[in-house]
Design a protein around this ligand. Structure first.
Ligand code: NAD
Ligand code: SER
Length: 326
């Protein structure tokens, strides 16, 4: 991995992977692309940036060849809640974008990283310690595209020898870029509201358990998987990875350790609640640990402290500055 192209580079995950990889490999070696202009100028000013629809295969191939790209991080997609509101668009982007990237990779010899998700599981998947290899019959359009994407990546590896790799990410928590329309977004929103207003109205029920991960671990997982010895990878495109599992009540209790006056109430969104209900409570990620050494660094307490520290220092309208109880 020396010259990298990222699709969806302005998104929640892309903005952080781009910053990390530009730091590691040099800004000129990491080409950022997205369908939007870069509002902050961060990615467009610090290195190459192209604005185009990832489904435009000719344009993608031209940029890949011009920069002699060897690895694509394909992150452009619609997330679960948006996909449920716009299912045909989600199918077009999530499948059409991936198919385009894989064809360009086949023609040019690139490796491809593609995130799958806890959304690839469904209501009849075992909910606790969800195994690596298990039943996958998702009921959301997002989940349908994620399972199909895992299979398509496997197909391109077996049929054409494309070096495809991927992770089933849980909900990602971060403070650089806001999340883009997912069911797990509450676990980010809650921190912004906690430091601004000392309270949060949650769109999921208080006892809804889901797997989660702090962004530094998500970036680490992607990079470590792409650097892993291919001879050890049995589950190339769909590694379960998790760092913590909690419900909104648990997260509120942890925030209260640092902002004692914090309050939470609930106004449940039936669409996102149904999606969350169909996903695992907590996955096992043994295959990732054995096949490429996965080991997360952030648990719920460490992530909570870091989110509150960063946001209360950065947000100008932060009124509830955290204090360290420990
Ligand atoms: P995001 O919505 O924050 O970002 C997606 C980016 O793709 C946006 O910047 C958007 O402008 C861009 N995009 C949309 N349509 C495009 C198109 N036609 N052509 C080019 N770019 C386009 O999403 P994210 O959270 O960064 O997710 C990245 C990947 O990780 C997705 O595959 C997602 O399913 C997966 N994932 C994310 C999470 C999470 O919690 N964020 C969890 C599991 C899996
Ligand atoms: N965080 C993502 C979502 O909720 C999970 O893939 O859509």
């Amino acid at each position: 991995m020396e010259r990298i192209l990222i699709t969806g580079a302005l998104g929640q995950l892309g903005s952080e992977i781009a910053a990390f990889l530009r730091g590691e490999y040099g800004a000129r070696e990491v080409v950022c692309t997205d369908i939007r202009d870069d509002p902050s100028g961060d990615r467009a000013e610090s290195g190459p940036f192209y604005r185009f629809d990832v489904r435009d295969g000719e344009r993608l191939a031209e940029v890949v060849r011009r920069h002699r790209i060897d690895t694509v991080y394909h992150l452009a997609a619609l997330l679960s809640a948006t996909a449920e509101a716009r299912p045909t668009e989600a199918w077009d982007l999530n499948m059409g974008g991936l198919a385009t990237v894989l064809e360009v990779a086949r023609e040019t010899g690139c490796a491809v990283f593609t995130p799958s998700s806890i959304g690839s599981f469904g209501p009849n998947t075992p909910k606790d310690w969800t195994p690596q290899d298990t039943l996958q019959r998702p009921t959301s359009m997002y989940g349908v595209t994620k399972v199909a994407g895992e299979l398509l990546c496997d197909y391109y590896f077996h049929r054409f020898g494309v070096d495809t790799r991927g992770l089933r990410y849980p909900g990602l928590i971060s403070n650089r870029t806001l999340p883009g329309g997912g069911t797990t977004d509450y676990a980010v929103d809650i921190f912004y509201e906690a430091v601004r207003h000392g309270r949060y109205t949650c769109f999921l029920k208080g006892d809804t358990y889901l797997d989660m991960m702090y962004m530094p671990d998500a970036v680490k997982a992607a990079v470590e998987l792409m650097d892993a010895d291919p001879g050890r990878l049995r589950h190339r495109n769909a590694f379960n990875v998790t760092a913590m599992s909690f419900c909104p009540e648990d997260l509120a209790a942890y925030i209260r350790r640092y902002i004692p006056a914090f309050e939470i109430d609930y106004h449940v969104d039936p669409v996102r609640q149904a999606i969350a209900h169909s996903w695992p409570n907590n996955m096992e990620d043994y295959a990732a640990r054995v096949e490429w050494g996965w080991n997360p660094e952030y648990d719920l307490d460490r992530m909570t402290r870091d989110m509150l520290t960063v946001l209360s220092a950065r947000l100008e309208d932060a009124h509830y500055v955290w204090h360290d109880a420990g």
